[in-house]
Write a protein that binds this ligand. Structure first.
Ligand SMILES: NC(=O)c1ccc[n+]([C@@H]2O[C@H](COP(=O)([O-])OP(=O)(O)OC[C@H]3O[C@@H](n4cnc5c(N)ncnc54)[C@H](O)[C@@H]3O)[C@@H](O)[C@H]2O)c1
Length: 358
């Protein structure tokens, strides 16, 4: 019997076919995709073309009943992260779950607890941590070169970028709009760089002013404007128990010049600006002998696909019995922050971040 990690995919839509399957296929000596599950025959068929040897099913429970399967990747819309994860842990499988971990912190807590009870890995798919710029900056910060980081701005903004596929505009199935969908990425990156301080409270505002307007252009393609039930723009301000604060902005549509995915961090010894995706860059700002220096690292290793590194990291953690490379707790912390931000947008007040209770 081969000791490759045997993987089942629960959900074979866009991210599964674009990131997970290609990532797993790049390490054929270490893992094998043995099952594909999706209620959509079309999605299954497209995935089958990528992994012709895998068995397919419309019911993910069939994967979980297969004792050969070591791990599953949960690549379903956010509403369907919870139950497959709980069922996978009950069946003794490791889980790589797409972001956001859950619809809200109450669900996230169940997932984290189930993972611990089963003694299995729960890894959240925050691939941006594996970008070259992010890896370098994390090391730089952990070496103490930026001093104490006390403030950050985190932006995941799109000028005209409403996802037209899947259910990204459906609040019931996603839990929210750009805040929980792409804000989650930039906030994870920012908080990870800051050493994951404990959030205590948050104030937020959400708007749905452009997303329902059928006359506006959308760079990603046509969608049904009448079904747009999420926010199109969100802003937040988060406080942490070490005194640090973070401001966050996220949009699917906004009247702005650019569509940045970037974080600006202010430390006592230096500041940094990190941008990923299309316009990746990293600048560090510091002072020496009363001179202000703008530093641009020139030989950051290029990571062609951070998604692929994510899959490899997960497979190796499973194979080597290591702890989760990106623990469920980090995903839960973000869900708890989003709960507070969405609540604050309704109440008009700063709200506590409830990490531990509902
Ligand atoms: N890490 C990233 O950068 C990134 C990028 C895109 C999407 N995502 C995340 O991935 C998830 C899926 O997004 P997507 O773009 O692939 O959406 P998608 O709509 O293209 O695919 C989702 C698939 O899940 C299937 N599905 C629904 N319920 C299921 C169930 N019970 N069992 C099995 N399959 C089921 C659907 O039929 C669909 O084929 C979301 O949570 C999203 O936030 C992450």
């Amino acid at each position: 019997m081969s000791n490759k990690v045997k993987i089942g995919l629960i959900g074979t839509g866009g991210i599964a076919r674009g990131a997970h399957i290609p990532g797993f296929l790049l390490i054929p000596d270490e893992c094998e995709v043995v099952w594909l599950a999706d209620p959509s025959e079309d999605a299954l068929q497209q995935a089958r073309e990528l992994v012709p040897g895998a068995r397919t099913t419309s019911d993910y429970h069939e994967i979980l009943r297969d004792s050969e399967v070591d791990a599953v990747a949960i690549t379903t819309p956010n509403l369907y992260h919870l139950q497959p994860t709980l069922d996978a842990f009950a069946a003794g499988k490791h889980v790589l779950c797409e972001k956001p971990l859950a619809m809200n912190a109450a669900e996230g807590r169940q997932m984290v607890n189930a993972g611990h009870a089963a003694g299995k890995i729960l890894m959240v798919a925050f691939q941006n941590r594996f970008c070259g710029e992010a890896q370098f900056l994390k090391r730089y910060i952990d070496l103490g070169k930026m001093g104490e980081i006390y403030y950050a701005r985190a932006h995941a903004l799109r000028r005209r970028g409403v996802p037209h596929w899947g259910v990204f505009i459906d609040k019931e199935k996603q839990g929210g709009g750009p805040l929980i969908d792409i804000g989650v990425h930039v906030l994870d990156l920012t908080l990870w760089l800051m050493g994951n301080p404990k959030p205590v409270s948050a104030s937020g505002a959400t708007y749905n002013r452009l997303g329902r307007n059928p006359d506006l252009f959308n760079g990603f393609g046509e969608y049904d404007h009448t079904k747009f039930t999420v926010e199109d723009f969100a802003a937040g301000f988060i406080r942490f128990d070490n005194g640090a604060t973070v401001s966050l902005e996220s949009s699917f549509m906004a009247n702005i010049e650019r569509s940045p995915f970037e974080a600006h961090l202010l430390g006592t010894e230096a500041g940094a600006e990190i941008a990923l995706w299309e316009n990746a860059r990293l600048n560090i700002y510091r002072e020496d002998d009363q001179q202000m220096f703008d530093l641009t690292p020139r030989n950051i290793p290029h990571v062609p696909s951070p998604h692929t590194v994510e899959m490899q990291t997960f497979v190796r953690a499973v194979a080597e019995g290591k702890p989760s490379p990106i623990p469920g707790e980090h995903g839960l912390m973000l869900n708890a922050i989003f709960d507070a931000l969405y609540r604050s947008a309704e109440t008009g007040r700063e709200e506590p971040v409830n990490l531990h209770e509902g």
